[in-house]
Design a protein around this ligand. Structure first.
Ligand code: ADP
Length: 564
């Protein structure tokens, strides 16, 4: 689990973590000093104790030799000051730990999200987004628990260290017995920590399964209802949670059992120590009582150390899962967007030369394609489902790069940098209209943040979506989650308006009207035909009005272009 710890240190920042450690040490030291003060305090209260032979206790010996003889009032005042200092330091430590936790978790989330959105589309399309969602939400929250347990471990570890140091100054013998006992306990629990880590990994997988089930069933609610599968949906989600709860229950039971055993063992150790101190070492009250106080404190500290360690082992896999995602996405990162790269304007032609692309090893989705789109041309690409039409559209719009061959615009091959820049000149409308929750204006400005009100209206008119301006509130109309207050045809015309707002050099319509009714299909086709000559168009579809308004129709079949 050390690599999870190194991730945590990197995200927190070594300096910040060192600062927190210093604060934690201050808290621990104040507690240790508090225990040490008990010795002179008790010596004051039980004067004969100080006269007893106390050679076994370095602190008593030092006190006897030195002329450190503060008054009772002085000692009590010092005690209060130290407790006060401890409380303040602990308060600051808690705030600092919280800040650091937020920094770690938000950093983890930002890194994973950043890696995802900047990854190449081919990699993203292979990923299960429900797993990524589970990771970005639940698993990373588990990393917050891991960070908390790490800080708690730091706190208890240092606290225990200070307690043992105090014990060492009061009685080295007793401290030695305590250390050996404590180490034995921690070693005995190694198996439990391994199990905690295994359960932690299962929790991550369980979250992913729950997200997948939730997403599938919520997305398919209409289908679920019309097939009368409500109970089955409910059951599947409940089963996912039941599996998660079973794992959590095992972990809680393990932790509880460990604590019970530890308390018992600790009490036994304390009893043995007290017996040794009284019967064999013949300690006086001024040494014995602080020792008892120290070990009474050390036992729960040891318990907290063990359970903190177990908690850390349980939650730390979340760091590794987040790192695995970030690394996987980063490995497929696109070059960063460079605003100084001017995208090609597409004034002559977009040409695919000998383009081959394989989504899966050995199977060419596109096989040695040669195709040129003239600037301003409306080209319809038809063919059966699975022929490779969307793949070709993704290549032309710079979303993906071919495995072999080139995509050139006005004679310039699309290098990775140019590909990223070229996408700013492309607008894409897909079969399933995607709108975001928010107002109509928000949705339109999503594609063109600087567009004026007049431009928004113009785009709506150009897309045959004037109806949208008559919606209650006009541009301020709230479209609901994913625009669900609108019909499919209405949503699609708004997405077309959004595409036109980009003033694209290439407009790609990928089966944009395939799911629409004939009236909406005709409306979108009419809007698109009005754009003819203003931009180059790639119109994909196996039927509908869009193919009829094209200047040229080419057919794709099993990844190959068919000659007319
Ligand atoms: P069309 O748009 O003509 O229906 P596609 O371009 O979507 O065809 O797909 C062409 C072929 O590539 C199909 O066999 C499809 O299963 C496969 N394919 C498309 N995308 C992926 C992907 N991300 N991973 C694996 N195979 C894919």
């Amino acid at each position: 689990m050390t690599s999870a710890a190194s991730d945590l240190v990197r995200l927190a920042g070594a300096n910040r973590l060192a600062g927190l450690s210093v604060l934690t040490m201050l808290v621990a030291a104040s507690e240790g000093i508090g225990f040490l003060l008990l010795v002179p305090l008790l010596a004051q209260l039980v004067p004969q104790a100080s006269t007893t032979d106390s050679a076994a206790s370095p602190l008593s010996a030092w006190l006897a030799q030195s002329d450190f003889s503060p008054s009772l009032a002085g000692l009590l005042a010092l005690f209060v000051c130290i407790i006060g200092l401890r409380a303040v330091a602990d308060f600051i430590r808690a705030l600092a730990a919280h800040e650091l936790n937020v920094r770690i978790v938000d950093g983890l989330r930002a890194k994973a999200m950043g890696a995802l959105v900047h990854a190449d589309w081919r990699l993203l399309s292979l990923m299960r987004q429900s797993e990524n969602r589970a990771l970005l939400i639940s698993t990373i929250d588990l990393a917050a628990d891991a960070a908390n347990s790490f800080f708690a471990l730091l706190r208890t570890g240092l606290g225990l260290g200070a307690t043992l140091l105090a014990a060492l100054l009061i009685s080295p013998m007793a401290a030695l017995v305590g250390v050996v006992g404590g180490l034995l306990v921690l070693a005995a629990y190694a198996g439990l920590r391994r199990r905690a880590r295994m359960l932690g990994e299962q929790v991550t997988k369980s979250h992913q399964a729950i997200y997948l089930t939730l997403e599938e069933n919520l997305d398919a609610l209409r289908l679920v209802k019309s097939f009368g599968r409500e109970e089955q949906a409910e059951r599947k989600v409940a089963q996912g949670f039941a599996r998660l709860r079973a794992i959590q229950r095992r972990f809680v039971a393990d932790t509880g059992r460990a604590q019970v055993l530890l308390q018992l063992g600790g009490a036994a150790l304390l009893a043995v120590m007290a017996w040794l101190a009284i019967s064999h070492w013949h300690y006086n009250v001024a040494v014995l009582l602080p020792l008892v106080a120290i070990f009474a404190r050390a036992v729960p500290q040891l318990g907290a150390l063990q359970s903190g360690w177990q908690q850390w082992a349980h939650a730390a896999p979340a760091f590794l899962a987040a790192r695995a995602l970030t690394e996987r996405a980063s490995a497929g990162a696109e070059p960063p967007f460079d605003p100084s790269v001017t995208p090609p304007a597409l004034t002559r032609e977009l040409r695919l030369s000998n383009v081959t692309l394989r989504h899966r090893e050995g199977i060419a989705a596109l096989d040695r394609i040669n195709l040129a789109l003239q600037a301003g041309e409306a080209l319809a690409l038809v063919g059966p489902s699975g022929a490779g039409k969307s793949t070709l559209a993704d290549l032309a719009s710079g979303l993906i790069a071919p495995d072999e061959g080139t995509v050139e615009i006005d004679g310039s091959p699309l290098t990775p940098e140019l590909r990223r820049a070229w996408r700013n000149r492309v607008a894409y409308v897909q079969q399933e209209p995607v709108l975001f929750s928010g107002s109509l204006r928000d949705n339109l400005r999503w594609a063109a943040p600087d567009a004026s009100e007049a431009e928004l209206r113009e785009a709506l008119e150009a897309a045959q979506a004037q109806f949208a301006l008559d919606l209650p509130g006009g541009l301020d109309c709230d479209l609901g989650e994913g625009g669900r207050h609108l019909s499919g045809g209405e949503r699609q015309r708004i997405t077309l308006a959004r595409a036109l707002l980009r003033k694209p050099a290439l407009l790609v319509l990928d089966e944009a009207t395939s799911a629409l009714d004939p009236v909406s299909d005709a409306a979108v086709a009419e809007a698109v035909s009005l754009q003819k000559g203003r931009c180059t168009m790639l119109l994909i579809g196996h039927r509908g009005s869009l193919t009829r308004i094209a200047d040229r129709v080419v057919k794709l079949e099993s990844g190959r272009l068919e000659k007319d």
